[in-house]
Design a protein around this ligand. Structure first.
Ligand code: PNW
Length: 460
């Protein structure tokens, strides 16, 4: 039986807008996702996070369900507008109290909190006043908000993630317009991304300078799919590498190496903002661990520029900048997001990160899948999800045994929730949520994951 290291961190993850509900309660300010989801046509079926899983009121029961599974850690995010209704200056003590109670309840259950400061629900006021992440003052406001969180929660929270997936927030929010704030542009994603990196680095400096006595760790979570060369040709191998650089190295290179990848600078020209040398120094080294969200794999092939690039992420995007065609293998199984299930891609990505960034401690802060689950006689037989997790966990275990310093794994998600533009239709949870009664039911995969944690192996 192949086991994971004894100190391996097993967890589950969620985010504020996707589960909390109570979007207008107890002084919470509106976020860009409140605004975006209220616009007809932006979210499947016109759904919103107004109620979501009502976790704001049920967090104690949810923590009990986590405890039943035996999870060691729980990754959640703080809604900026719940603690600072307009994103700056004024503090909402009722919002602070909510997160404080949540943290206390977790610690009481022996579950270690991993807190994401920004999982896409920007206070709407900052969108209106500063153009959101296009505004040059956003890094400053984010750092002040982070400071507040360290001050109020840092006595109990020792694991911080500044930003969740700046790639998604930049590309889907500012390139393709399918996520809030719904902008469509070929240059704005790179400007938003620039400000995300500066915001992350500023927050880390505050944490290290003002709160070192808290003895915690801080990092960023980036997302990346694996890109496998379609053929053995030099062109396709370079295309796959380029695709990974535009995806992950866009955000990870400045943090681990001090600047954007060369290929991005060359190809984007003036559309990619430049860091000053002081900024480069400020940014470099600002992650105590490598947070990775990983979901799927695609083939990458060189596109010579004569035909339109094929991309999963729609046509309004900026994949044109890469000259890469993406495709799937017909034999790959698809989840209900149409994301391919390719465990070996996960292993290859872990090895790519290990090599490029000099063996960082890696935490998979999200991995999981959506399927059309059904509750039948009080049970959810999600065998496909169980198979997915088993495949990916075995790939992780192999990567570890071959030297990758993977230290933890968080399943996305603890429960079914508001899947952004897809609404409630896409179920990623280990727990089934009936969105009429809000009743939770552990799926078969949750029970199995509990055994994985108990036995520290996916070989069951
Ligand atoms: C991540 N893509 O989102 C988020 O961190 C979660 O909030 C979300 O529920 C989960 O993955 C599942 O989607 C992504 O288009 C959204 O590549 C889109 C993409 C990737 C991740």
């Amino acid at each position: 039986m192949k086991t994971f290291p004894n100190d391996f961190i097993w967890g589950t993850a969620t985010s504020s807008y996707q589960i909390e509900g109570a979007t207008k309660l107890h002084g919470k300010g509106p976020s860009i996702w409140d605004a975006f989801s209220s616009i007809p046509g932006k979210v499947h079926n016109g759904e919103t996070g107004d109620i979501a899983c009502d976790h704001y009121h049920t967090f104690k029961e949810d923590i009990q369900l986590m405890k039943n599974m035996g999870v060691k850690a729980y990754r959640f995010s703080i809604a900026w507008a719940r603690v600072m209704p307009t994103g700056k200056d004024k503090i909402n003590e009722a919002g602070i109290q909510f997160y404080s109670d949540l943290i206390d309840e977790l610690l009481k259950a022996d579950i270690v909190p991993w807190v994401t400061l920004y999982h896409w629900d920007l206070p709407l006021a900052l969108q209106l006043e500063n153009d959101g992440w296009l505004g040059t003052s956003l890094p400053h406001y984010f750092a002040a908000y982070a400071d507040l969180c360290f001050e109020r929660f840092g006595d109990r929270v020792k694991n911080w993630i500044t930003l969740n997936e700046p790639w998604v927030a930049s590309i889907l929010g500012y390139g393709q317009g399918v996520f809030a704030p719904g902008r469509i542009s070929t240059s704005e994603p790179y400007l938003a991304g620039h400000h995300f990196i500066l915001a992350h680095a500023k927050a880390v400096h505050i944490y290290r300078n003002k709160y070192s006595h808290q003895n915690g760790k801080i990092g960023i979570t980036n997302n990346c799919d694996w890109r496998e060369p379609l053929t053995d040709s030099k062109e396709d191998k370079e295309a796959a590498e380029r695709a990974l650089e535009f995806f992950l190295a866009w955000f990870a290179d400045p943090i681990y190496k001090g600047d954007y990848p060369k290929t991005m600078k060359e190809r984007l020209g003036d559309r990619l903002p430049k860091f000053s040398s002081e900024e480069k120094d400020m940014i470099k080294g600002t992650s105590d661990f490598f947070g990775l969200n990983h979901y799927t794999t695609m083939y990458a092939a060189h596109n010579d520029g004569n035909k339109k690039e094929q991309s999963v992420y729609g046509n309004g995007g900026i994949s044109e900048d890469q000259h890469v065609d993406l495709s799937l293998d017909d034999n790959w199984k698809l989840t209900s997001m149409n994301w391919a299930v390719v465990p070996w891609g996960c292993k290859k990505l872990l090895q790519w990160i290990d090599a490029r960034y000099d063996k960082p401690d890696i935490y998979i802060t999200e991995n999981g899948c959506a399927y059309n689950d059904e509750l039948v006689n009080g049970e959810v037989n999600d065998q496909e999800r169980l198979d997915f997790y088993q495949g990916y966990l075995k790939a992780c275990q192999e990567a570890i045994s071959e030297g990758v310093k993977l230290k933890g794994y968080f399943a996305w998600s603890f429960m079914d929730n508001f899947e952004w533009a897809s609404g409630y239709d896409k179920r990623f949870g280990l727990h089934y949520v009936d969105f009429k009664t809000l009743k939770r039911t552990p799926k078969k995969s949750a029970l199995w994951f509990g055994e994985v944690i108990k036995n520290n192996t996916a070989d069951i």
